[in-house]
Design a protein around this ligand. Sequence first.
Ligand code: SF4
Ligand code: SF4
Length: 209
Amino acid sequence: MRFMIENDVPVTPVIVITSLNYEDVIATVRFFHQQGINQIMVNRYNMGGEGLNHRYLPTTASQLRDVFKQLDNYAEKHTINIYSGVCTPYCLLNPVDYPHIRFGACSNDVYKRPLTFDLDGNLRLCNHSPVAVGNIFKQSLSEIFTNPYLAEWEDLNMAFCKNCLCLAKCKGGCRAASEQMDYSLKNEDPIIRTLNISPLKYSNEKSIV
Ligand code: SF4
Ligand code: SF4
């Protein structure tokens, strides 16, 4: 990273916040910042892949909120861009509580999604999703993007999120995480169940960014 910084190559380190490192996140951000890095991505732990064998890795909700509060304070006082890249249910991390951190969102526009390809041409709608929606060596993109599976992503009819005013933006968190846990796109983000989170209740829409 030092070599890249010295040669004016932009560097954005990623910190995945887990039960093992959550107490060290701010010190790590400070370290990167002192090296001259001013863009850092901080992601909550998103269960999937090999991580399914390490179910102790997510923090508690209050640990994660504490870390984000510290990060928000740091971003307020320093010239640094801190992003939260893994979309997180607003009932776990509500962006209004962390105004100096930028939160990513899952787009309905397929061309704004983190489309992920493997060497065999299989295409997934996000690097977190285990489902191949098509294959670019065998199909055109326009053919792939008419797959009915895409419409399932737009269907936000999830029992847990019924009546939540944040639904249009939050979309129930990361449903690729649901796929990773063998649930369907009809399920809200499994971190909600893991951390025993209650749905959000708002008195008005001003509490939603
Ligand atoms: S209830 Fe659903 S839509 Fe509302 S904040 Fe929680 S996960 Fe998001
Ligand atoms: S699938 Fe999950 S990680 Fe990927 S963009 Fe959507 S919410 Fe974010």
